[in-house]
Design a protein. Structure first.
Length: 296
């Protein structure tokens, strides 16, 4: 059995970066334990104007407090916080996170997750500069899907509280799963054509409302997750810094790709911390197809 700690050591990951990854990964158990008593809405909105679930605020406060106490982190940018929170200027790494993606699904016992990216230096960098990206998925198992820039590995939290390697060198196949956000009546012509082509080819619809859970299916079986520009939201819904970049980095490391429909989102340097972006992430062929439609 290869543990997360052994994997990081064998991959030559710097000590402080390993410590941050392990520290955040250890928070999966307390986050999951808090689900039972935090199923309501918090009566507040986040920086994007979205109503916060109690678990959104609980997870954000918990992880932020843990990182602050560690002394390992320069700054944290969270989907649930208005601004970047600065800790130690002497620290090397900064963390971006969606503390609990899909939190509204907890009350109906569907899969949700935590998305994390780690940079060397400040927060507002292009996604291609990530030193590590991972997500914890709270489903029948608690899993950790990780890249440190050397491919993708999946771990499971066992009954002893240890992350053990399930699969190394994960490769995303070309598949036919698809999921798309946004109201169909508000889709733009390019996206409508794209989905019609997928459906005509026998694509299978998979969309739960949890970005990280839907992406994990795509990672394993192939296909595409999309949240396109729409008539009402031309910049899409997902956040570049907290969601698109970490997940897109993982997809690319698994042989897939990520795009805003026109170009690779990992090449974009964010102008602001809560910047939104359209997103298509998944099998390389699926991403090439939407970009081809936009070039036509």
């Amino acid at each position: 059995m290869t543990t997360l700690q052994e994997y990081l050591k064998n991959s030559g990951v710097y000590e402080d970066l390993s410590k941050i990854i392990i520290l955040i990964a250890e928070q999966a158990a307390p986050i999951r334990a808090a689900f039972i008593s935090n199923q309501s809405y918090a009566g507040s909105t986040n920086a994007s104007g979205e109503q916060q679930a109690a678990m959104d605020t609980w997870s954000d406060t918990h992880i932020t407090r843990v990182l602050a106490r560690s002394g390992l982190v320069r700054a944290v940018a969270s989907e649930e916080q208005n601004d970047i929170t600065t800790f130690s200027s002497a620290a090397k790494y900064s963390v971006v996170m969606d503390p609990l993606d899909g939190s509204s699904l907890i009350s109906v016992n569907l899969c949700v997750g935590t998305i994390v990216g780690i940079y060397d230096g400040d927060v507002l960098q292009a996604g291609k500069n990530l030193k590590a990206a991972f997500y914890m998925l709270y489903g029948p198992m608690t899993t950790l899907t990780l890249t440190v820039g050397r491919g993708v590995a999946i771990f499971a939290l066992n009954t002893n509280g240890v992350y053990q390697l399930l699969e190394d060198n994960v490769k995303m196949p070309e598949g036919n799963l698809y999921g798309s956000g946004g109201l169909r009546t508000e889709w733009l012509a390019e996206h409508t054509k794209y989905i019609a082509e997928i459906e005509a080819a026998g694509g299978k619809n998979r969309y739960s409302g949890s970005f990280v859970a839907d992406f994990h299916q795509v990672l394993k079986y192939g296909g595409v997750y999309a949240y396109p520009p729409t008539e009402k939201s031309p910049d899409g819904k997902l956040r570049l810094v907290f969601e698109a970049n970490p997940i897109g980095f993982i997809a690319t490391q698994a042989g897939g790709a990520v795009s805003n429909g026109v170009s690779n989102t990992l090449a974009i340097t964010p102008a602001k911390v809560h910047q939104r972006t359209p997103i298509y992430v998944g099998s390389r062929g699926m991403i090439e197809a939407i970009e081809k439609i936009h070039r036509a």
